[in-house]
Design a protein around this ligand. Structure first.
Ligand SMILES: *Cc1c(COP(=O)(O)O)cnc(C)c1O
Length: 350
């Protein structure tokens, strides 16, 4: 028995291990659900028939999601996190060696699943400042006969965003699939969800893991017109989302005011975090660049990434490092304050 080449050097995904006082490494919402809502959830879970399979289509959840974003629920497919939807799309919509285009830095799962399903993952290089030249991108996809372009907007981890007229131009100019991951769009106002009707070739991905504050239950959505949605629903495993997650997501997605309020606080806290980091930069000039943020996190270019990361961890603050970069998501006000204090102490020393 031999493992194939794809698996032989693969290691399980490992988030930071251990207990940390402040967790700003995974872009999660810092707000757990209020007790009252948790109580309501528990009561509703009590009504579930646990001996029965869940609803294949997660209808109650689709309804709440479609209502929140003012969509037609016939255009929505629920997934076990948007991660699962990326996996279904890359495995079922393409064939071996089909070209899909990614733009690193971007969400690592795109190229992970692309390679896993033996697609030809071609990389389009962003500009030096991590912005995207849209015309060059369109040419690149055409020249490479791409079957799909996949990217996040706004982008994880760069925190930058493309205006919707630019994304619209990309979708309209390409004949291939455009998989547009709007995981962080609740923090910005350039969503194309309301225009999905106009796009035959576009799949927009959404998740409950970030602004909605439900990373723990695994619920994501793909939004696309009938032809794509029918294929997606047929290709997914029938019972991909469980009864408990369906109930929880449906209840939380109905709390429009709550979601909006938390979202606004997260946007505010991100701006405060960004300003705080800029102030540190003004004093010590240690970073090469701090990127504008359209998300709930701040992305920093620095060759001190390892040093700063290790220092923060020792002070029980978890952030995320990439080679030559750091990503820090906004937490609660007091968490941000603590982060900024420790970060200043740290850069003062390096
Ligand atoms: C966090 C994130 C997701 C969410 O994935 P889930 O599986 O729904 O938790 C999707 N796309 C991007 C770009 C992300 O950063």
């Amino acid at each position: 028995m031999e493992l194939n080449q794809k698996l032989i050097n693969l290691v399980p995904y490992e988030p930071i291990k251990g207990e940390y006082k402040v967790r700003l490494d995974a872009n999660e919402s810092c707000f757990d659900l209020p007790d009252q809502l948790k109580k309501k959830i528990l009561e509703n879970i009590g009504e579930i028939s646990f001996n029965r399979y869940p609803d294949c289509m997660a209808d109650i959840t689709l309804e709440a999601f479609a209502d929140l974003y003012d969509l037609n629920k016939d255009y929505v497919t629920a997934g076990n996190g948007s991660d699962e939807l990326i996996s279904i799309i890359t495995s079922c919509f393409f064939e071996k060696d089909d070209v899909i285009v990614t733009m690193p830095f971007d969400f690592s799962m795109y190229s992970f699943y692309g390679s896993m399903y033996e697609l030809n993952v071609k990389v389009f290089d962003k500009n030096e400042d991590l912005s995207i030249d849209v015309d060059k991108l369109i040419d690149f996809c055409n020249e490479n006969k791409a079957k799909a372009l996949i990217f996040s907007n706004p982008c994880n981890p760069t925190s930058l965003g493309l205006d919707k007229n630019e994304v619209r131009k990309i979708i309209k100019s390409l004949n291939c699939f455009v998989i547009l991951d709007e995981a962080y769009m609740d923090f910005w106002d350039q969503s194309l969800l309301s225009e999905i009707e106009d796009f035959e070739n576009c799949i927009i991905l959404k998740t409950c893991s970030k602004a909605i504050g439900l990373a723990g239950i695994r619920m994501g959505f793909a939004v696309a017109k009938e032809k794509i949605t029918t294929a997606l629903r047929a290709a997914k495993s029938p019972y991909n989302t469980d009864s408990i997650s369906q109930v929880i997501a449906a209840l939380v997605l109905k709390e429009k005011e709550y979601i909006k309020e938390k979202c606004n606080i997260l946007i505010q806290n991100t701006q405060e975090l960004y300003k705080g980091i800029l102030e540190i930069q003004n004093k010590y000039s240690v970073f090469e660049k701090i990127y504008l943020t359209r998300t709930n996190f701040v992305f920093i270019k620095t060759d001190k990434d390892e040093l700063i990361y290790d220092y923060m961890l020792k002070k029980s603050i978890a952030i995320r490092k990439f080679k030559g970069f750091l990503r820090i998501n906004a937490g609660k006000e007091e968490e941000n304050k603590e982060l900024l204090q420790v970060l200043e102490l740290c850069v003062h020393q390096v």
